[in-house]
Design a protein around this ligand. Sequence first.
Ligand SMILES: CC(C)(COP(=O)(O)OP(=O)(O)OC[C@H]1O[C@@H](n2cnc3c(N)ncnc32)[C@H](O)[C@@H]1OP(=O)(O)O)[C@@H](O)C(=O)NCCC(=O)NCCS
Length: 152
Amino acid sequence: MGDLLVPLYTLPEISKKPEQSWTIRKPIPPEKYVITEWVGTHFSKQWQSEVEVALSQNPASCLIAVEDNQMIGFACFNVTALSFFGPTGVSEKARGRGIGLQLLIQSLLEMKHMGYAYAIIGSAGPVDFYKKAVGAIEIPGSEKSIYQGMLR
Ligand SMILES: CC(C)(COP(=O)(O)OP(=O)(O)OC[C@H]1O[C@@H](n2cnc3c(N)ncnc32)[C@H](O)[C@@H]1OP(=O)(O)O)[C@@H](O)C(=O)NCCC(=O)NCCS
């Protein structure tokens, strides 16, 4: 898996669905323990570490998706490296409803407003998701990514 490049000057409009029962918002510091535990349980220790770094910033370098007062997804940016989007994830039960797309576009919009022209998705898993959603392109030679040799 290589890295992807996303132009931030051609981001699609993102509209809230009328029937939408979840919100996408910035977390606040007292929620840190809930969010980091959730990410560790649903995904991995590595992503838990990254979300901890995101939540150590104020304002946090991440967004969360919440439904019925429960966390159902998250997205981080400027955490693994400056200009990087990710990690991101939606709980298995909540996938396929447009939540991952909203988390992605709202995060990329925040990066655009910070002054970035491009974002990088490091070692992207669902490449087709990013290509279709935000016109991401593969970065040649990026297979040796920033994660190379990472301690586990
Ligand atoms: C990738 C992920 C965040 C997408 O979240 P989601 O809420 O299910 O995605 P959405 O419902 O917003 O999907 C938006 C569109 O992308 C498509 N899509 C979603 N996941 C996809 C995938 N893995 N591959 C290709 N297309 C995908 C959907 O079909 C949808 O298309 P449509 O608008 O034509 O219906 C979610 O599947 C996930 O948490 N995966 C595991 C963690 C992961 O891989 N994270 C990315 C690390 S780089």
